[in-house]
Design a protein around this ligand. Structure first.
Ligand SMILES: Cc1cc2nc3c(=O)[nH]c(=O)nc-3n(C[C@H](O)[C@H](O)[C@H](O)COP(=O)(O)OP(=O)(O)OC[C@H]3O[C@@H](n4cnc5c(N)ncnc54)[C@H](O)[C@@H]3O)c2cc1C
Length: 417
């Protein structure tokens, strides 16, 4: 006898990264009749243990004030350990050698901070704790391996491979939050383009000889962008144990992939990176000592012209990828979740959560921000890194002071928006 079809859930979210977790939390808090929500991720839902004091995740993000305000509305604020977060009050930007350049200040735009630096793990733990406390979201440990949209267009059917075998789910809306190599995007046949920058983002944390005064630093070089984000002073106790000050910064150095490969290859390469970094930051008064291993991330511009097909919608990195020089990838993903949240909250009573009109409204509300951020980051990345003679000439001949007000206002708007 054929088995009975599975019950139709309201929402299945594939991917338990920050975008998927935030979507699960936001959608579980919608007013009215609660949606039935299932989140699928290869990892098990871990117990919500606090972060290890002294040890810091390598992935740290500069989170925009508007995104943080929205997360606070969802009740996340008390779950984010303030000792592990660091506001950025000003940003020093230079083309060429420091200390020349321009200063973006939160005060200039009437804000107390441009962004707040925090670990990915801190954010993910807070979101998981909120989900566990709310108790409205079911977690399945597994990967989505197949999907079909039903003929009548009323649901998506999917197969989830887990430790205990395969199981079938049926949902009115499937959110693909499964990152830049999204399987959901492929399975749903959603077209996308991906243009590698030929660059790698190399990250590590460093003890610093001097306080950062809540400042972030960014240097645009001939073929790289070097950024230092401030970490809380007590961030790494090992720095203090070694008799250092306890001041710490997190580095994101976007550089040609070949250079990164050579520097990441072995101890000799890593020592060469440390030496090159020391030279770059010395004019700004920094002496840095590496506290963590180095890690590299391939950088690419990904575009998904239409992130909805039927009842499948992509969010987060599955829907767009940007160069990290403006620190906006995850912020952009969370703005997309906010747009979906709003479209669902405001939908007419007769429309279900996977209704084409509702999803189209969410995409429309987010599209301009995505296009703007992709243009801004792509222009900055390609202008400063152009290998073409005219591009080099433009970057070289550009009078930074003349350009600064444009750069400044666009970067400030990007940071605080
Ligand atoms: C060097 C660097 C610095 C950055 N700095 C910043 C910054 O300062 N600010 C900022 O806003 N952004 C920043 N970003 C961007 C940010 O890292 C990403 O935008 C963000 O991590 C994307 O989150 P996500 O949840 O969409 O995807 P991910 O974090 O990739 O999560 C995807 C999830 O999907 C799961 N998954 C995969 N396949 C399946 C499947 N088949 N079924 C179910 N689940 C699946 C995975 O296990 C994972 O949990 C930076 C990026 C880089 C590379």
């Amino acid at each position: 006898m054929p088995s009975a079809p599975p019950e139709t859930l309201d929402v299945v979210i594939a991917g338990g990264g920050v975008a998927g977790l935030a979507a699960a939390l936001a959608l579980s808090r919608l007013p009215g009749k609660p949606l039935s929500i299932t989140l699928v991720d290869p990892t098990a839902l871990p117990a919500s243990t606090p972060g290890t004091p002294g040890a810091w995740d390598l992935r740290v993000y500069a989170m925009a004030p508007k995104v943080l305000a929205w997360l606070a509305e969802l009740g996340l604020q008390p779950l984010l350990d303030a000792r592990r977060t660091q506001p950025i009050a000003e940003m020093h930007i230079a083309a060429g050698a420091p200390p020349k350049g321009l200063l973006l200040s939160a005060y200039e735009v009437g804000s107390t901070e441009l962004a707040v630096v925090m670990e990915e793990g801190l954010l993910a733990r807070a979101l998981r704790t909120a989900l566990q406390v709310g108790g409205r979201v079911r977690w399945i440990s597994g990967s989505v391996s197949a999907l079909t949209q039903t003929e009548g267009g009323d649901a998506v059917e999917l197969t989830v491979d887990g430790d205990t075998g395969a199981q079938q789910l049926r949902a009115r809306l499937l959110l693909g939050a499964d990152g830049k190599h999204s399987r959901i995007r492929d399975l749903a046949g959603i077209p996308f383009t991906r243009r590698p920058y030929g660059q790698t983002g190399v990250v590590a944390h460093f003890a610093s000889n001097q306080p950062h005064h809540a400042g972030a630093w960014q240097w645009f070089g001939a073929d790289d962008v070097l950024a230092l984000l401030p970490l809380p002073d007590s961030a790494d106790t090992r720095a203090a144990e070694r008799g250092r000050t306890g001041h710490a910064v997190s580095m994101v150095w976007s550089m040609p992939a070949g250079q990164a490969q050579a520097w990441l290859a072995d101890d000799t390469g890593q020592a060469a990176l440390d030496a090159a970094l020391a030279e770059r930051v010395r004019p700004a008064g920094f002496e840095l000592q590496r506290l963590t291993p180095l890690a590299g991330f391939e950088l690419a511009l990904s575009k998904v012209p239409q992130p909805v097909r039927g009842r499948v919608m992509l969010i987060g990195d599955a829907a767009h990828g940007v160069h990290p020089l403006a620190g906006q990838g995850l912020n952009l993903g969370l703005h997309g979740v906010m747009a979906l949240h709003r479209a669902l909250a405001e939908r007419e009573a007769f429309r279900d959560c996977g209704d084409a009109r509702v999803l189209a409204r969410a995409v429309r509300a987010h599209a301009e921000r995505v296009a703007g951020m992709q243009l801004l980051t792509d222009q900055l990345a390609t202008l400063f890194h152009s290998t073409r003679p005219w591009g080099r000439w433009a970057a070289g001949a550009m009078n930074l002071l003349g350009y600064s007000h444009v750069l400044k206002s666009r970067l400030v708007r990007a940071a605080i928006a």
